[in-house]
Design a protein around this ligand. Structure first.
Ligand code: F6P
Length: 379
């Protein structure tokens, strides 16, 4: 069977795919994975727009949905937002939207066709860079016989088994900058400003940006809310002389006994959330009698240049994905294992200076990418 052959032959050519919503740091992954692979003598191709480059090559001007990635192609891209490969959230091969003769859309499983395309293009392994949707697809393809490594991407930070996904730090940083700015105008006018942030069904962006900026209320999907206590907080602040309040609302937040606020749901796509900010502002206005405004940060959180944290995490993940393939790993996701805030004895903390462990993965990443440390060693 074709799939068994893909699994068993040595790696000569790998493919990178970016799927789902974009996130700052994608290009860093692409650069590190490409260099790490080329430095091992492997060829690298990027699949355009998720898997659409394989399914629909005819839609590209050159008729080629695969891009050969060279050192030159990945030069100077680490600081760029978005993905040089393009992405889509309408290309799930397991539930691919296909137009029916009657004009309606149906979700069709195109897995066998996709596996055949990998075989036809002699692709020995796939590095799939995505959120839970893309990684679920990756796992499905792995189970169908393809050699797959996943790289966790999403501004939402809602993936299990990794302390962080790249993109999240940039999103929180930008949300924080916006909320800081809203403080001054809210203060000037003595208003309530409700800031709606993305995050799907997880409250990470709202929580982290809200706490970092000193928001007065934060509504997250994990805690169904009532607005009476929020109105109490606003009134108490007013009595203390603070006439303004900042409320950060995650797009997936919902009232007690209510449902999540959905904008739309199309075939082959996840439901689009949004609108909760307006509802919260309207109700707070009527509960407190104060003027309220809503700001929806939306896709602004996904754009722009990645923070240095996200660049580095993306590079580390990209190089680690190639190392994982080189080590014979399959069906895994590279993950960050940071620690929580802990207590350590002062005597231990001051025993010696902490220097760079030469086997830490940032060092391995640098060597995988061909960076010299002047010691004559390489990957
Ligand atoms: O998963 C990332 C994300 O930005 C979510 O926070 C948001 O709900 C969704 O994608 C929006 O997706 P779209 O690009 O389809 O608007």
């Amino acid at each position: 069977m074709a799939t068994v052959e893909i699994m068993s032959r040595p790696i000569q050519r790998i493919a990178l795919s970016t799927g789902g919503g974009d996130a700052p740091g994608l290009n860093a992954v692409i650069r590190a994975a490409t260099l790490a692979a080329i430095n091992r003598g492997w060829d690298v191709v990027g699949i355009r727009d998720g898997f659409n480059g394989l399914f629909l090559p005819g839609q590209y001007p050159d008729g080629n949905g695969l891009v050969t990635l060279t050192r030159e192609d990945v030069r100077g891209i680490v600081h760029l937002g978005g993905t040089i490969l393009g992405t889509t959230n309408r290309g799930n091969p397991i539930a691919y939207p296909v137009l029916q003769p009657d004009g309606s859309w149906a979700e069709v499983d195109r897995t066998p066709e996709l596996l055949a395309l990998f075989e036809q293009h002699r692709i020995d392994a796939l590095i799939t860079i995505g959120g839970d949707g893309s990684l679920t697809i990756g796992n499905h393809l792995h189970q169908a016989g393809l050699r797959v490594i996943g790289v966790p991407k999403t501004i939402d930070n809602d993936l299990m088994r990794t302390e962080a996904t790249f993109g999240f730090d940039t999103a929180v940083g930008f949300a924080s900058e916006c909320i800081d700015r809203l403080f001054s105008t809210a203060t000037s006018h003595g208003r309530v400003i409700v800031v709606e942030v993305m995050g799907r069904y997880a409250g990470w962006i709202a929580l982290n940006a809200g706490v970092a900026c000193g928001a007065h209320a934060i509504l997250i999907p994990e805690i169904p809310f009532e607005l009476a206590p929020v109105a109490d907080t606003i009134r108490e602040r007013e009595q203390r002389g603070s006439k303004f309040s900042i409320v950060v609302v995650a797009e997936g937040a919902m009232p007690v006994g209510g449902t999540v606020s959905v904008v739309a749901k199309a075939v082959g796509q996840a439901e689009r959330l949004g609108g909760i900010g307006e509802k919260v502002a309207a109700e707070l206005e009527s509960l407190t009698g104060k003027e309220a405004r809503t700001v929806v940060l939306g896709h602004l959180l996904r754009g722009g240049s990645p923070t240095s944290f996200d660049r580095l995490l993306g590079l580390r993940f990209g190089a680690a994905a190639v190392r994982a393939l080189d080590e014979g790993q399959d069906g895994i996701m590279v993950a960050l294992n940071a620690t929580t805030v802990d207590y350590v004895p002062l005597a231990e903390a001051t025993q010696r200076q902490k220097t760079v462990p030469l086997d830490c993965d940032t060092m391995l990443t640098a060597r995988d990418m061909g960076i010299s440390f002047g010691d004559g060693l390489s990957a």
